[in-house]
Design a binder for this molecule. Structure first.
Ligand code: HEM
Length: 145
């Protein structure tokens, strides 16, 4: 679903963003909590451990973009956990928008509309796979009731 030039755009822009902003993920959460204050209470007060986990999964996803199918099962399982945390579709939209804004700021003037589109396509795939995993589990719950 991602073209090879899109994979390149994501991998190079992510490397640039991380090299210019060590605190990229912490900034992401600050911005997310401003945009969607209701999600703040879902997280611990100290966001350092959580930030490390998000950075690690993003790094893994960015590395594996050309074999995204290998991420389907882990992402579906992560989606089940997220349904338990209370994450809903609107939260995923806020997360994706916020992350793209942070990346744009961190990358600076070389950022293009193609970067935004490539990231948005990748994040839509990640979010949809997580939501599919959560929906499949909730269907099973209904069936066993
Ligand atoms: C691109 C989509 C997302 C990715 C890749 C992602 C990734 C992660 C990862 C890797 C963890 C750690 C899981 C663990 O400890 O095993 C986590 C935890 C969490 N995520 Fe997400 N997440 C995403 C979207 C969301 C959304 C939309 C919400 C809703 C606001 C959310 C809320 C949470 C919460 C509340 C936790 C648990 C925090 C805690 O234990 O204190 N995430 N996420």
């Amino acid at each position: 679903m991602l073209t090879s030039p899109q994979v390149d755009l994501i991998q190079t822009s992510f490397a640039t963003a991380l090299s210019t902003r060590q605190t990229l993920v912490l900034e992401f959460y600050e911005r997310l909590f401003t945009k969607a204050p209701s999600v703040r209470s879902m997280f611990a007060d100290d966001m350092s451990a959580q930030s490390g986990k998000l950075a690690a999964i993003l790094q893994l996803a960015v590395q594996k973009l050309d074999t995204l199918e290998t991420l389907v099962e882990p992402l579906r399982a992560l989606g089940v956990k997220h349904a338990e945390y209370g994450a809903i579709t609107a939260h995923y939209t806020a997360v994706a928008e916020t992350l793209v804004e942070c990346l744009e700021d961190a990358v600076g003037p070389t950022w293009t509309q193609d970067h935004a589109q490539a990231w948005s396509d990748a994040l839509t795939f990640i979010a949809q796979t997580m939501l599919d995993g959560a929906a499949a589990t909730s269907d099973k719950t209904v069936l066993t009731q």
